[in-house]
Design a protein around this ligand. Sequence first.
Ligand code: B3K
Ligand code: ZN
Length: 844
Amino acid sequence: AETIFLADYTPPGWLVEDVSLTFRLAPDATRVLSRIRFRPNPDGTQDRFFLHGEKLTLISARIDGAPVTPDVTDEGLTCAVPDGAFTWETEVEIAPAQNFALEGLYMSNGMYCTQCEAEGFRKITYYPDRPDVMATFTVRIESDLPVMLSNGNPGASGPGWTEWHDPWPKPAYLFALVAGDLIAHPDSFTTQSGKDVALNIWVRPGDEGKCAFGMEALKKSMKWDEEVYGREYDLDIFNIVAVDDFNMGAMENKGLNVFNSSCVLASPETSTDGNFERVEAIIAHEYFHNWTGNRITCRDWFQLCLKEGLTVFRDSQFTSDMRSAPVKRISDVIALRARQFREDNGPLAHPVRPESFREINNFYTATVYEKGAEVIGMLKRLVGDEAYEKACDLYFTRHDGQACTIEDWLQVFTEATGRDLGQFKRWYSQAGTPRLTLRETWDEGTLTLHFSQRTPPTPGQTDKQPQVLPIAVGLIGPDGEEVQETTLLEMTETEQSFSFSGLGARPVASVLRGFSAPVILQRDQDNADRAFLLAHDTDPYCRWEAGRALAKQALMRMITDDAPADPAYLGALTTLLGDETLDPAFRALAMALPSEDDLAQSLADTGHVPDPQRIWDKREAMRDAMADFMPDLLAQLFDAHQVPGRYAPEAAPAAARALANSALALLSRRDGGERARVQYAEADNMTQQLAALSCLLSIGMADDALGAFYDQWQSDRLVIDKWFSLQVAFAAPDQTAATAARLAGHPDFDMKNPNRFRATFGALAASPAGFHHASGAGYRLLADWLIRLDALNPQTTARMSTAFETWKRFDADRQDMIRAELERILSRDGLSRDTSEMITRILA
Ligand code: B3K
Ligand code: ZN
């Protein structure tokens, strides 16, 4: 298939004035009638009139009322058209009930819904399906279903039909339609200028009780965007719909957000604290897209980070404001390292703004989203808060209603600050995670930090130029007092030194505060300094990082040298955990060990071949050592952080539960599961119930609880997803693949439902010791199921194939087995473009 290049961009030949669509819904034969007013684009050329269209049956086409016969291919149609403006009409037929790719118009539990981003609208009707063509839409839906929704404001309706009109010009990827037997959880919001907005969360009957939290999150998001970015909502109504079968988390369609039900439904009985926080963040994210994505959209899909990086950055600001900023920052760093660094250091590495693709759906990645957000965080740090606000205001005024580029975004910062952002722009074009090396010298009251930066080669990019690195630094004196407050060093060269003079005694440097740049900091630091920072650093991220570095060092030595668990680490951790002045959420984070994948990456980086089983064994040994080292403290933490009274999903009680449950996980290793069994029996909320069940699973004593859990929750799809994934996640490594295989045979397994597929096979991929078990069973099983799923749902298949992206870290036997599986997948007839692109890149 064809590769598309950023460099080849050309403006559209025709623009669309407005669109009218009529949907006559029927599961196997939906008719879509379109009426589109085209006019030539003065900035484009009119050499060939082409409309995208895939898997459509063309019934009829007309230009200005007269029938025409276009040339139709698998990808669209061309047609001779008049000079000047004209009206184009078609009628096509599609079969939503047969659409298991969940892109375009499809059905989920008897309900019609759509997913158009990135290029799904072309599966609904013939259209210039590209984001730089923006138009107003009028939509008429005909069916006997009680609820029929589309974008914008409601228009006329009658028995069997409803009309919607969206006054804001939008690209086709933001189109949405939903129809079904749905129930609303209604509310309303008054904007800062006094406009009333009707709000609804639409769900299937039975889910009404799971909407209240999402609705509160929506109202908080609307208010926050007014207060922080000055952005007000712009329609009379805002609808959210929960859909069970959905490829990703949610979609920001104008005025009609469609959500994976797992990302909007929440109740104390069925959702964990983590689920609640995620729902709040995703509702905010999709809502914030109304300005960063919808009012100002992307010129082409290479500019995806323009809306995604910025919107992730905005939702993380929101979560920091609603909850604990340090905890959010540390959690984001953990996630960035786990997903984005992994991507950036493997065969799928690509720039934040990619320069070519075959299938754009493969570029909704941690790099575009999370690294894209980090780049904006750096920009804000470099220019300061005031200039950031000024530049954003300029962006919103200047580009409202436009389809923009990264150049447009950087230009408002250049104008607002007078800064040359030429070098900064490398963050958008250079792939790979910079390694930042630090060496320190001390000379008569002057501490000098010598930095050097190097970015390893990535596919298609061998030579890297130095990037602008904002490095936040503070200094802490030997007595534990801060002698230098946080200051921002701006590194632009390959090697650069910064001095601090007039110091009495040699301080300890706290470097990369707040994780001020997405780099891997390589620093020769002894454990005494790490322990010192863990005890005294005023920057929560650096404090946490010092603990993580200690833990990692200790684990690495256990893995490479068979060292025993380091008592210095255990001692420092004990001190930290016992410090009642520290946020329990922070302490819970400090208690978590570096992940198996993180350790494997670090081993590979330092010239070792990681053995996933050994990593698993040593992490287990470390957790046993922790349980042995501090039994009284753990019991005390567990008892002291029980949350009395009714469950509330707020940050403070959630933090207490996180700490108590982290303690419980270790205590269960020594008490035979006694406390966990009590907690399981008494739990009145999913956080406590699931934590207890996890503890019992991890010590192999969960048989009764697993059965009881299933009986209790068998009618709740989202809870049963947890039941599937926990069993795989907590299986012993030699049982992981067998457990996933057994569950795939369970009557409740449904490969057409992405949540269930991910619960089962995503959990396999996320269990390194099980997935990479020397038998190769994990590889074979995943490949078998990816092949099956690809025939139905290419997007989810392609995404899950990233399980194999780390394959070159491992030994020759494992590499041979993985290569064989990847080649087996690639050799399948009819393999989707999505999966074929991914496997090809992983193999390269
Ligand atoms: N913009 C959508 C993602 C669409 C993914 C298409 N494969 C959700 C989001 O980022 O908010
Ligand atoms: Zn987004």
